[in-house]
Write a protein that binds this ligand. Sequence first.
Ligand code: ADP
Length: 239
Amino acid sequence: MIHLDRAERRRQDEEHWQLIDSLAHSMKTPLASIRGYAETLQIAMPDGQGKTDEYLGNIMRLTGSLNRTINDLFFLSRLDRAGFPDPLEATDIRQITEDVIDSRRESAAKSDVKLQLTVVDVLPRVFANKPALHEVIYNLIDNAIKYSPHGGEVHVSLDLAESSVLLSVHDSGIGIPADEQPRIFERFFRASAARAGDYQGAGLGLSKVHSVVKQLGGSVRLESAVAVGSTFIVELPSA
Ligand code: ADP
């Protein structure tokens, strides 16, 4: 009976992802054309045509954001159905964290957010791969910067806990209400504070973090208080 339930759930999941894949595919081509037309118009257009240049820029920005949502759906679908495309191996989480921080420095500086990293002296590698870890660390740090006010601070730390590595991303941002925290890793879920403010997003980043961490045999949890800040703590088995 349990076997049947599991098989049935698997079949439903497969149908669900097939539907999402088809939808994503059917949106990708027209979206690329819309972006192509906007780009061509922007290049062809002589300077100084009132609001047209600004509107074409907006079309390109919005198609870019829709395209990222579609790619996120492909990513989640592939991960759920086939696991990671790259093999798992002992991976240097410190190096990847430093790379992500370097790549987000400019964005943090623009928002006047201080970005800090603390790493324990001897840190083991984790059993993962570079793209998977990058996905997790990038999404958490990107959110921490995005949901912090000007003058805020983001503190990333890497620690050891028995046979695991702990990655913690702490911010002094808008926080997440306690009653919304249990839903935070659901696909497309966006907390009320994020929806009320001027924060762009589709609500897929944390669901990617959760799926990747789960597939790596780890866990992710959240501690947060509204208007105080949030800390996401990822625990991954060391290699
Ligand atoms: P989004 O694209 O909306 O940022 P995510 O899946 O990354 O999607 O996050 C889901 C929701 O969780 C966000 O919409 C926001 O409400 C909340 N959230 C995530 N990270 C933070 C954070 N560091 N501080 C406050 N809220 C956050």
